[in-house]
Design a protein around this ligand. Sequence first.
Ligand code: PEP
Ligand code: MN
Length: 254
Amino acid sequence: MVKKIKQGPKVNINQPLIIAGPCSVENYDIMDKTVKFLKELGIEYIRGGAFKPRTSPYSFQGLGMEGIEILEDMKKKYGVKIVSEILDIRDLEEMIDSIDIIQVGSRNMYNYPLLKELGRIKKPILLKRGISATIDEWLNAAEYIALEGNTDIILCERGIRTFENYTRNTLDLNCVPVVKQRTNLAIIVDPSHGTGRRELVKPLSLAAIAAGADGLLIEVHPDPDNALSDGFQSLNFEEFKDTYNKVISTYHCV
Ligand code: PEP
Ligand code: MN
């Protein structure tokens, strides 16, 4: 039985938590262009993977610490907050000062030693749902972090694997009200990985907000067709702006 975690992160109830940015940190210029655009739009939380958990070992694996340094430059230049994924606990010390929210990706949701270690630090943790994790397994993963003392946990629904293969994953919006009923944790939704198709990101963003999600994680790239990872699900600037504006008006209606 999953315990109801008592203390969640402080989410601003007047505005959704929007985390946006490219799938991977590819180079300084792409990051600079993207952060400038997002910051001007009012986005405070920027994402970008420096350590990438790619399905194929031959795909771009991320820039590693060089990527973290680019994120640190963005933070200094634009005053934004940074969200980035940790793959290996051995990188924690080197990346912790630059990252404001540490992401645990889908593939690491079951990595209990990693979760326990992140439970001992004082940084918010974005815990993505495992690719085929039940809601109970996901909440137990959150419990692993919380039990060590860190209750600053944001859950992120990113789609689960089902028999449906038209979309990359099946976005399980059922879990939003379930998590709300069973915990005090914030939950955001990632329609980019949840659908794998950029034309579905806007409708599913709006559906997530209507279902009560506290925010969204959306992949944005200046030139999605040439992105080094997840371009097919990334929005260009114009598409992001349109989605964001509709998300904000929907948020204030529900
Ligand atoms: C990501 O956010 O780029 C990512 C790899 O996500 P997930 O762990 O949900 O696949
Ligand atoms: Mn991605």
